[in-house]
Structure formats: C-alpha cells, structure tokens
Ligand binder design. Structure first.
Ligand SMILES: Cc1cc2nc3c(=O)[nH]c(=O)nc-3n(C[C@H](O)[C@H](O)[C@H](O)COP(=O)(O)OP(=O)(O)OC[C@H]3O[C@@H](n4cnc5c(N)ncnc54)[C@H](O)[C@@H]3O)c2cc1C
Ligand code: SF4
Length: 512
C-alpha cells in the first residue's frame, strides 16, 4: 500500500541528491528525501585515524564482487551527505576540452552532448553553494570564468610554498587547489575550519567542510514541505502497466517495507548504487532493468586511474594540511607524448595509521618518524569508458566487472612526476628526498565512480536525455555521477553538483 504522495521523491543525499534537495526545497513543492544512512554522529572518532582508517568505522560493511567473483570491500559510505562527508573537497571545473571528443593513447574520450559553456553558470552557482576557496589565473588549462572564486585560496604551508617556488623556477605552473573548507585565514577567530590534519578521508567533527550534508541538506530542512527520512533504503522502483511511469518507490525503513509515490522520482544513489537500483527494478515492461532499453545501465563504469606517490625526506617536514597545490602541466600531454596524461595534486596529511595499513608490521614509533618526513602526491589519469566495464547484478549480488585501460598515459604521468620531484630535490630548503613509494588504487576505491547511466540525445546510445530524465520512463531522473559520458582527469564532484543545479532548474520549470 502506498503511504503518501509527493511532488518529488529524491533517493540519496550525496553531491547529486543533497544539492538537488537544496535547490528544490524553496519551491514549496512537497518533497520526500529518502536516505539509506543516518546523519553522521559527531564524536571524537571522527578525527581518529585509528578508528577511521584502520578500523573502517564509517565505511559500509557491504560486500561486492569483481568479474571473477572475488570479494571487494568497497571504500564507500552511506550517510546524509553521501561520500562528500569524507571527501577532500577539491572542487574542480572540468576543462573546456573535456567536453569534446579527445583522442587518448588507449582510446577515445567521447564528446558530451552539452559543452563547458552550458555548465559554466551552474559551476559558478555550485562554487558559491559549496564555498569554494581558490584563485584563478595560475593554471594554463583552466576554463574561462567571469567570476572569481567566492573565497580566497587556502594558503600553502611553508614546505609546500618552497615546492611551489621550486616548480615555478623550473617553468611549471603550480596552482592552488580549489577547496570547500570553511577556513578564514584573514580572521581566524571567525573561521569555522581550524586547518587540522584529518580532513581528506575523514568527516569534519566541527562541520567546517562544505559537504552535501552541511551545505546541501541541512540548510533546507527548515522548509516544512521537505521531509527527510533516514535509514530508508530504497529497494525497488515499480512502474505503471505501460512501464512509462514510476508509480511506487519501495523502501525498507526500520526493517519494514514502506512504499511512496511521486510525480517525479529522482535516483541519486551514486553511480554504482543508482545502476544497481535500476537493474534490480526489472519488471515485465523493463526485463533488463528499469530504463534499460539501451542496455547501457551499469555500463561504462569509470572511477579514474589514481595513484599516490609518497616522498620520504631525510629531514622532517612537519605539515598539517598539505592539500593545497596542484599541477596541470601534463594534463594534455607533453613533448613526445601528444596524449592526455592527467592531473597532480598534493595529498592530504599521511597519518602513521594510514602508512601502517600499506606497510609491514613495524612499531608505531617508526611509522610516526616516517610520516613526519613524508609528503604525498595524488595522481589522476582519465579512465576511458568501456562497455565491458560495468556494474552488474546477479542473484541480488553486486558485481563490478572492470579491466584496466589507459595504463601507458598513467604510468607516464607517474614517472614524469617522480622525475620532476627529483629535479627539485637539490633545492636546499626542500631537502633531499631519499625514497619514492608509489601505490595504485584498486577496484575497491570507488570514490570517483561515474558513467553508469550516460546522458545523450539518442535513446539507443544513452540512458538519460540531456535533462537527466531516463529516455524510457517519463517521470524518472538520475542525478549523480552516473550521467558522465567521460571521466576527465579531475575530481568529479563539482561537476555532479553543477549538474544537479542545472537539472534542478529544469525540474522547477517542469513542476510549474
Ligand atoms: C575519501 C574520499 C575522498 C574524496 N575526495 C574528493 C575530492 O577531493 N574532490 C572530489 O571532487 N571528489 C572527491 N571524492 C568523490 C566524491 O565524494 C563523490 O564524487 C561524490 O560524493 C559523488 O556524489 P554522488 O551524489 O554521485 O554519490 P554519493 O555522494 O555517494 O551519494 C549517494 C547517496 O545515496 C545514498 N544511497 C545509496 N543507495 C541508496 C538506496 N538504495 N536508498 C537510499 N539511499 C541510497 C547514499 O547513502 C549516499 O548518501 C572523494 C571520495 C572519497 C570516498
Ligand atoms: S577543521 Fe577544516 S581541515 Fe579539519 S576536517 Fe574540518 S574542514 Fe577539514
């Protein structure tokens, strides 16, 4: 039995769903938001590396499988705000060429049906909503914008500043990372953020990170027309006999099954879980999964090729918040390699607990000495869309079929960046680095998931239309990272937020 009827039902409160709720709530329309997680509890453990990194206190205990049936423990989180509760809040605009067809060493990154100029006004709105701190004008790949960032950049700590200068001396173009942390460096008494060493990968104990919970959902909970139900996991969407409308949203709440109906239903569960929900909602009219006449739901799964280089210095280099510097000099390639390579940014603080997870069993003091001398770099190369890289559901189990691509460009970026770092080692203030440790992320690292319900104009070659409405079902939308036709080589979330604002505008028009 259907419990209640709404104008709009939004499923999920991450970058996509939380932002959409923010834009729709002031309309006065009756909105239901269903979120499988709870609000994340404020507790000391929020900033405890042992709890967060070693004990996986907040990560889901769900089990998924790779294409061979091997167990994966996905690095994903179910809370109000979704994975943005844990993100490093590097909020990048994709580059103009990212929206065009780009030839890579290992294949093609397809053209988007909308271009940078279509997203530009929404990027500006998203930067305001998520309080992005940055400075334009340093990065040669930066797309055009009429507006400055709403807040000044987060300053480099002395050690990072030395690296910044050394890179500039070598002719590179280091820039500030655009960040959604609420740090006021002019007046620290008014600052929400305290610039701590547990940000990227941790929730913020004092709500000073601009995430989809704090900046998206909470501000609109004052609207009486918006109802948020937490611990409400949506299990299935049901359609009318024609299959053209979703008529019921079935959710499990406190162990009980409850159903809701809405004029418009928005799936925003993150690229993997949105595909899973559509696939699990197969019925007679949609035998291969809801809105899947194209057979593309779940396909083209992308998550970036991500690597970390940890540089160990002989001298200690104490840093609290190193995640401020970025380099895009190799984004589109380099001399002798006319293919995109990707993006480099300084990584968040490396705790001894994080180091111990990847290293041999040694006393904690050794790890402490090592991490006091460590600086991490985060390298990102575009993951190319591939029909065979897909989210699949079999016997209610979630499978991630994935085969690596674009390895040559990725390896080249890693090698090149090590070479650059070694070339600035001789700078006395930076100190001699003795060891470079490289790690590549694996299938469980699903943080940058996207692409599983791509948008486009043709219902045969895309799942969603350009407003992110499914081609097959009139009142069904998908508003999260699923719509990406390509992954670019920059952190995805600002594009997810900007798109949610764009679709929100369309929905407000439709609801009128
Ligand atoms: C450690 C970490 C660091 C990151 N750092 C950055 C960064 O610096 N910059 C950047 O751009 N990106 C970063 N990301 C990625 C960023 O978090 C994601 O791109 C973003 O959160 C994706 O938004 P989304 O709306 O697609 O999905 P999510 O944020 O995952 O939101 C999905 C929501 O749906 C809910 N949900 C799922 N299934 C159901 C269901 N069946 N019923 C009801 N609710 C459901 C989930 O609980 C969740 O709230 C990082 C991610 C991680 C894990
Ligand atoms: S206080 Fe600032 S640096 Fe620390 S977790 Fe919060 S937003 Fe991040």
């Amino acid at each position: 039995m259907v419990t209640e009827h709404y104008d709009v039902i939004i499923i999920g409160t991450g970058a996509g769903g939380g932002t959409l709720a923010n834009v729709l709530a002031p309309s006065g329309k009756k909105i239901l938001v269903l979120e499988r997680g709870t609000f994340l509890l404020k507790e000391k453990a929020n900033w405890d590396s042992k709890e967060v990194i070693q004990k996986d206190r907040y990560r889901t205990s769900e089990v998924w499988y790779d294409k061979r049936g091997k167990v994966i423990h996905p690095l994903t989180h179910y809370f109000v705000g979704g994975n943005t509760k844990f993100y490093g809040s590097a909020l990048y605009r994709f580059r103009e060429r990212d929206f065009e067809k780009v030839i890579h060493k290992d294949g093609i990154s397809p053209e988007w049906p909308l271009k940078y100029q279509d997203f530009a006004p929404y990027y500006t709105q998203a930067e305001r909503l998520y309080e992005v701190h940055g400075q334009r004008g340093f990065d040669p790949t930066e797309p055009p914008s009429n507006e400055d960032y709403p807040f000044p950049p987060i300053s480099h700590e002395p050690y990072i500043q030395q690296i910044n200068y050394a890179l500039k001396d070598k002719g590179f173009h280091p820039s500030y990372q655009p960040l959604g942390i609420k740090l006021n460096e002019v007046n620290r008494f008014l600052s929400a953020c305290i610039r701590c060493d547990t940000c990227d990968g941790f929730p913020c104990l004092i709500n000073a990170k601009a995430d989809a919970d704090v900046n998206g959902v909470r501000p609109v909970m004052v609207y009486p027309n918006l109802t948020l139900l937490t611990e409400a996991k949506v299990l299935r969407l049901h359609t009318s006999a024609s299959g053209r409308e979703v008529t019921k949203v079935e959710a499990e709440i406190a162990g009980n099954c409850q159903t809701f109906s809405g004029n418009i239903v928005v799936v925003a569960c993150g690229a993997i879980n949105s595909a899973v929900l559509l696939l699990k909602s197969a019925n007679d009219q949609h035998p291969d999964g809801l809105a899947n006449s194209s057979n593309l739901v779940g396909r083209n799964y992308m998550a970036h090729k991500i690597g970390a280089i940890v540089v160990l210095n002989i001298k200690p280099n104490p840093i609290i918040y190193p995640k401020t510097l970025a380099i895009n000099d190799f984004y589109w390639g380099e001399k002798d390699f006319d293919y995109p390579m990707g993006h480099v940014q300084s990584l968040g603080n490396i705790s001894k607990e994080r180091a111990a997870i990847n290293g041999p069993p040694l006393p904690s003091a050794i790890y402490e000495a090592v991490t006091n001398r460590a600086l991490g770099w985060f390298l990102m190369t575009e993951d190319l869309p591939d029909l065979n890289n897909r989210v699949r559901v079999k016997d209610q189990k979630i499978f991630l079929d994935y085969t690596n691509n674009n390895e040559e460009a990725f390896n080249r970026l890693i090698k090149r960046w090590k070479h650059v770092l070694k070339s600035i080692e001789s700078d006395k203030k930076i100190g001699l680095s003795s060891l470079y440790i490289t790690t590549k992320m694996s299938l469980k690292d699903v943080g940058h998931q996207c692409g599983t319900c791509l948008f486009g104009e043709d219902s045969k070659t895309s799942v969603l239309d350009i407003n992110c409405r499914t081609h097959d079902v009139d009142n069904l939308y998908v508003v999260d990272g699923s719509f990406f036709p390509s992954s670019a080589a920059l952190n995805p979330t600002l594009t997810i937020m900007a798109n949610a604002l764009r679709v929100g505008e369309h929905l407000l028009e439709r609801l009128r």
